[in-house]
Design a binder for this molecule. Sequence first.
Ligand code: NAP
Length: 305
Amino acid sequence: MSVLYGRVALIGLGLIAGSMALAMRRGGLAGEITGYARSSETRDIAREIGLVDRVYDSAADAAEGADLVVLCVPIGVMGGVAAEISAVLKPGATVSDVGSVKRAVIEAVAPHIPEGVHFVPAHPMAGTEHSGPRSGFAELFDNRWCLIVPVEGSDRAAVERLEALWRGLGSNTEEMDADHHDLVCAVTSHAPHLIAYTMVGVADDMRRVTDSEVIKFSAAGFRDFTRIAASDPTMWRDVFLSNKDATLEVLGRFTEELFALQRAIRTGDGEHLHQYFTRTRAIRREIVEAGQDTDAPDFGRGARK
Ligand code: NAP
C-alpha cells in the first residue's frame, strides 16, 4: 500500500491511537507519525515502546506541519485540544477524530478549524475494555466498520483520502450523518454498555447477600457483562453526557420491553417469552453471518473457566 499522508499526528496515545499507529506502520500508510498525550507518564511509555516516530510535549508541537491530525482523546476534551492546535494547523491539512459520539464532537471542534483546513470526523467501531499506550494492536480495526461523518462543506478529496486510510487500517467504511450515527451507536453500543454497567452494579449489591458466589460462578452470561463494564470510566462518562438524547430514547424503549417481559414472567406467558427469544436468536445469527462476531461457543474462549 502507498503512503497516504506524509505526516500524521495522533493527539492522545491510548488504545485507539496506538492501534492506528501500529496499523499505519503495517500498511505503510504514513511517512511519519508524531504523537502527544496529556501525562508525562504516557509520553514516556510511548517513547520507550516506540509507539510513534516522535513524541512531543505539547499538542501544538505534535500537530505542527502534519498533513493529518487525529484527535484520539476522550470526547469531553476534544474541543479544548482543537483550540490548542488551531493556530499551527497547516493549510490543506485534514483534522479528524475517533470519538464515539459525533454531533457533540463536531459542535466542540468545528469552531476551532481555520479556513483552508479540512475537518472530517470519523468513528472506528472497534475497541476493547483496555486503555492506555500499551493496549493498542495492529489488528484492532480489521474487518470492523469505520463510520465517516463529513460535516457541511467537507472537501470530497479530503473525505476520500481519510476513507482510504481507514480501509488501509483494515476497516470497512461507510459515510453517515452525525445525528443518525449517534442514534445507531446508542442502540448498538451506548445503551448496551449502560445495561452491562447496571447489571454488574446489581450483582455487586447482591454479593452482599450471596457472599462471593457471584464472582465464583460468573462463567455464565454475567462474565460477558463484566468485560463490557470494565470499559474506561472517563470515556463512557463522556459518551453518555454527550449522547444524551439518543441514549435516553433507546433506554426508554428498553424499559418498556423489560416491563413487558417482566409481566410475561409474572403471568406465566411462556408463548411471549419464547417468541421474543426466537426473534433475538435470529439477530445473533445475522451478526455472525455479517462477520461481526464468532459463532464459536463461549465466544471462542474454549474450555477456559
Ligand atoms: P485511552 O486508551 O484512555 O486513551 C486516551 C488518551 O487521551 C490517553 O493517551 C490520554 O493521555 C489522552 N488524553 C486525555 N485527556 C487529554 C488531554 N486533555 N490532552 C491530551 N491528551 C489527553 O482511550 P481510547 O480508548 O483510545 O479512546 C480515545 C477516543 O476513542 C475516545 O474519544 C473514545 O470515544 C474513542 N473510541 C474508543 C473506543 C474504545 O472502545 N475504547 C472505540 C471507538 C472510539 P494520558 O494517558 O496521559 O491520560
